[in-house]
Design a protein. Structure first.
Ligand SMILES: [Zn+2]
Length: 253
């Protein structure tokens, strides 16, 4: 995939000095006959904060999205410069990681995507530190080692329930544990339900994650940041399958 064909759920606003959601721009556009003037020329890559993005309006074929302006470049070391790793590659790499390595990686991903604490905030050494970017993985493709990117998907935006593997992340989500039983008399299992608030203030179910043991650390009234690596199971609606039992991390905001 060419670097400029990548799309973005979020952008960095220089004026506001924060990461904003594409939903803000979509809403504004809908209320102003397609005009997005306050956002025009103020949408940058959420990771390197350098590459300029442009808003592409919804068509009958495609949802509204953000993409890089072709003449604009991402900083060296920004994961959006790299080709996305395939499902198979991501799975192989996650399978080869220890639980500690998975946990460290998810910690860094959460800091970067949910809290905006990232290497991108230290521009002086950013471009030499691709090894520290948690969205990048080293893939062994026979003789050469190639750096590729893990695609990301924000749960706070519209989510397509497809089978592609993403690093999913959500900010200020609500979590709930629901007890279930496999048929009558079958074993008990649990679903961790993840809800996000839409721009109208409604809490919508975004994903459920299977847990065979009851998660005991969930406060249903709290707001969480969450990140996990997995894909949507096509058999059950909203159900996400993690690449690894431990490939999930959440913490109260
Ligand atoms: Zn970038």
């Amino acid at each position: 995939m060419a670097k400029n064909s990548k799309t973005f759920d979020e952008f960095y606003s220089l004026k506001k000095n924060k990461i904003c959601s594409i939903d803000e721009v979509i809403n504004y556009s809908e209320l102003h006959n397609g005009n997005i003037q306050p956002y025009d020329k103020d949408m940058y890559c959420p990771e390197c904060k350098q590459a300029k993005l442009t808003f592409v309006h919804e068509t009958s074929k495609r949802r509204a999205h953000l993409r890089t302006i072709p003449s604009s470049n991402h900083v060296s070391g920004c994961s959006f410069n790299y080709e996305y790793a395939s499902n198979k590659t991501i799975k192989t790499i996650v399978d080869s990681m220890t639980n500690d390595e998975i946990n460290d990686r998810l910690n860094s991903i959460m800091n970067m995507l949910c809290k905006d604490i990232s290497v991108a905030n230290q521009p002086s050494n950013y471009d030499v530190n691709e090894s520290k970017n948690p969205m990048l993985i080293q893939c062994n493709t026979g003789k050469v080692i190639k750096t590729k990117a893990i695609p990301r998907k924000s749960l706070n935006c519209w989510v397509d329930h497809n089978e592609n593997i993403y690093a999913y992340y959500g900010k200020k989500v609500k979590l709930k544990v629901v007890e279930k039983q496999k048929k009558s008399g079958g074993s008990i299992f649990y679903l961790l339900e993840i809800r996000t608030k839409n721009t109208k203030g409604e809490w919508n179910l975004k994903a459920t994650i299977y847990r065979y043991k009851k998660p005991l650390d969930i406060d249903e009234n709290a707001l969480y940041n969450i990140t996990f690596i997995g894909f949507f199971d096509q058999k059950y609606e909203f159900s996400v399958r993690l690449l690894n039992w431990n490939a999930i991390k959440y913490e109260i905001v």
